[in-house]
Design a protein around this ligand. Sequence first.
Ligand code: ZN
Ligand code: ZN
Length: 186
Amino acid sequence: MKIDICELMNRRLDRVDFAYRFDPRHTDAECVLLPEDITIPDDGISVCGSITDTLGCMTFRAVVTVSYVTACARCLDEVRETLEFDFERMVLTEKIVSNEPFDEDEEWDGELDDVLYVNEAKVIPDADIMEEISLELPSFVLCDEDCPGLCPKCGHRLADGDCGCKDKKEIDPRLAILQKLLDNPE
Ligand SMILES: [Zn+2]
Ligand SMILES: [Zn+2]
């Protein structure tokens, strides 16, 4: 989203509100990699907030809500979750071209992290929001705190009921063929 802040820059307003949704696949934010097992639906990201100007100092504040689909870390069942966090950035109209980088090997392009830069009177926050989402998303999700996971023998999802594996006796593989004949006497 490009948020027009002309009215802020020429001091006709001291606040611009916005509320929109975006698809991470249709922004310049697609370079941000999300964990492979997490899917965000087309309109899964909602951004609601304002840019305010306090005596020439502009701040971007928004509540970001993300719906996503992932798999339970224990039983691999589909889990639908919502992530919500506050996103706040200073808005600068010019790049700060000054100090040397802290690390000499690092290339310094005069850009600060945690700052949104104004481009042709517009603020374009989605790439920064995506970056924040990738940091905020949990790496470990469970369908239920007490999810018993999968049966290590047959792979059955134990939350769906007992598969009976743990009651079966361990059979020597050489005798398994006999057991089969006993189970199906034909
Ligand atoms: Zn589970
Ligand atoms: Zn089993």
